[in-house]
Every structure is written in C-alpha cells, then in structure tokens.
Design a protein. Sequence first.
Length: 383
Amino acid sequence: MKRLSKGELAKIIAGVWEIRKVPDKVTNEEIEHLPPKNRPFLYASGNWGPGYGMVKALPSRKEVIETIGDELAHKVAEKNHDLNSVFGNVTGGVIPGWVLSNKLEKLLGPPVNYSYVGGSRTGASEADIITLDKQILNRVIRELHEAIAGKVNFDFIAGMTPSGMVPGYELSKLFGVPFVYVREVRKKGGQKEMITGIDGNPYIKPGDTALVFGQTQNLFATSQIGCKFLQEAGFKTVSAVEAWAELSIACPVIMKKLEITGSAYSKLGFGAFHLEKIGVDVEELVNFAQTTCNSTQVLRNAGYKINLAACILFYGNPLAVKMLEENGIEMVYLLTLPELLDEIESQGIYPQDYISDYRDFLAHPLDWQEARGLKPDKRGGTL
C-alpha cells in the first residue's frame, strides 16, 4: 500500500475545515447575533475557539475515510501489535473506529473486536459501552443487500446514530453510494446539525432519495424518524427495513433476521474480549481531549487496559497534551492542526489574519477565550 505524505493528508482534511474571524470583544449572549462567519465554535469541552473541521463528515466520502483508515492503522500497529479491541467514541469516532478495527485485523492477523462508547462526554457515570458482533452484523447486511439490490432505487444511504451508523456505512460500500448519518434529536451547540455528511458533499443534491437504516435495537420506529428528518431537509426517502420486508416472501424469516441484527449490539459483551489485551480509543479529532480521557476512564473502569488513543487530527492543544499525560494516554494521530494550518496557508484558502489568530488560539486557548470576554459553556458543542 502506498503511504500518504503529510501534505497529501492535509489537502484531504483542509477541504472540510472552517476558520472564522471572531471579534476581539464578544460575550456569550452576543454570539447568536453575529453573522455565522464571525461566530466562535463551541467545543465539546465547553470552551470556545475560532476554527473547526467537520472531520466527522469524512465517512460520507468512503474512498477518503478508507484511505485515512489505512494510514491510521499502520501508525497504531507500530505502537502496539498486541491490540485486539477498538473503541469508537460517539458520534465522530464511530465510523473511523470501525474502519480502524477492520484495517488492524488485516495488519495484525487475529480478530480485532469493535465497540462504541456513548455518553463519555459527560463522564463515566452516564456512559455505555456497546459491543458489536462483526460476524452477525456483516451477515445480515449481506442478506439485506442481496434482497433489495436492483429492486429499490436510491441515491445515498443514511444511518441513524449511533447503532445504525456502521450498518448504513457498510451498506453504502456494497451499493457504491454516498453515506451520511442522522441524529434522533438535533445536536446541541456547535454545528447544531441534524444530518452529518450532507453539507458540501458534491455527490448528494436536493431531491435525492435516501435509503434509511435505523437504530438496530428499534429498526422500524427509528427508520421512520430518520425518514421524517430527511424529508424535512428536502430529500426523498425509503426505509431499508420496510423495503426488505415488502420484498420478502417469508415474513417470519425476515423478522428473525431483524432480531439477529438487534442482538448484534449488547452492553459490555466481555465474552468476545480478552481483557489482558490492550485496546485503543478512537475519535475523529481531539482538541481539549476531555472526551478521550472520559472514555478511556469508562473503559478502564470496565476492566479494559487502555493506554492508547487515536485520531485523524490532533489540535496539539497544550492543555490536551497535559491532560493526556496525566491520564497515561499516548495519542496516535495522522497530523496536527499546526501542520494542517501550514497547508491551508500555502493554498491561500483563508486571509493571513484569520490564520494568525487561529495560531494564537492554539498556543494559548484559554487566554484567547478570556481576552474576548467569552466564558465556557457547560452544554458543550462540537465533538
């Protein structure tokens, strides 16, 4: 496999990055009244900053996320050949974590198990570890693909967060169409998006038809919710599970398959894991590292040995570096935000004063925030 240079990786990620010119003085109350191009971004930590990339939208471009997955897998494998578990943080780390687990299997040989971790932003008390049985889910996805291929017309696939994301992504690979994911409720703070992967996607246009895959634990109801939100956004929809059922001659067999799909996810499925092995916690990007540290603590409390984390892009935030060190976590990443900024600067994508202000933020994030009069918002925002 041809390895990508940092410059090539930077060009990929620069396409989903946004930098804003935040006023020198602005209060929390004034933010909503600013033009969008001047509003600071609210990060998961509750802190504010001038830039953010929709790296979590990269799975909508499968050739990109698969290429990135190859690069990240090599870097992770170089750090530890004993890994048998990958954990993706909801939501941005779910697909990168899944892709990483599959890439590591090819590199390391033994099966690499996969789970996703939800609720870790707020701490260990509210988090869940959901284990995915790869063999069961992949079998169901193949059968669904065979049942509806050539019989249902659609332009892209939408998976409901969190448990419909991996099935939706895998279906999109089989059908060769774009992938997006849909939240059951609108995201608080940050981008406030309902659908991730739509904006700026050159392969999806208004009026296109989405094949919707709901959450596996409640496929029918959540598929209908996803259809509703996509229709409100101007798209046509088809429910994957309803299409599958309509095309099936043996309804009881179909319902049995749906039960298998639902059982593919089970909390703390220790039976598939070897706890003496080391796992890796995955996000799409890491800024203040609070979600990473929270998730790692959740996993350690459950008995897993987690000393390694991975992301596509690392801000290089000095506060994050300190927090990761204090928690005994080594971060593996493809490139840092300063390296990405160098590429953005060389391409002339943003004015120099935007980039200079962003660099000031990266060097002293809390000072940048305080100097403007902004105060942390406990709601948190963009992952």
